[in-house]
Design a binder for this molecule. Sequence first.
Ligand code: AMP
Length: 194
Amino acid sequence: MNLLVLGPQGSGKGTQAKRISAAHRIPHVSTGDMFRTAIAAGSELGRRVEPILASGELVPDDLTVALIRERLAAPDAAEGFVLDGFPRNLAQAEALDAMLEAIGRTLDAVLFFDLSDEVAIERIHGRAIEEGREDDTPEAVARRLAIYHEQTEPVVERYRATGKLVPLHAERTVEQVSTEIEDALDLLGEGAGA
Ligand code: AMP
């Protein structure tokens, strides 16, 4: 099963992507996590992206696309994946389409975590305090939300047009959203005759 989760920071998509990953035994591929791991390891990639993450801007497409290309080619992604945090703009969405087409695969569903900016900001502040996430400064949070509206919402519309978008009520509790997702994935399975 090839899945994508789309939504703003604070929408709960990371939490749900981890649940899907565990329940369906497919890797959770998060570009944000990959960048944070590189930063923690002090690698060349980490040094390069650290100031970008701190500012809330996007890492250049060439770097991000290359990272995803390599990750999706790994053996554990052969049976599927749940992509989280990529694509963030139309250029990345086009690169993903081309990548999948080249290996004869398609996305089964794009889970869209819909919620208001107010709720997103409230949740991010809660998490910043709980987890001490240093890249969650108020300026970076505001910048990420602005970029989400400018650059990622067109990606949502692109997938809506393909009929693969599954809109979710992301303001509900983790359990409620999780149930909504599993119901949607069950329907997909039935549709595929599985
Ligand atoms: P996330 O954990 O998905 O919120 O990502 C944290 C930060 O990593 C973002 O604010 C960007 O700086 C960077 N990042 C993550 N995914 C991407 C992407 N697909 N393209 C560019 N930058 C990204």
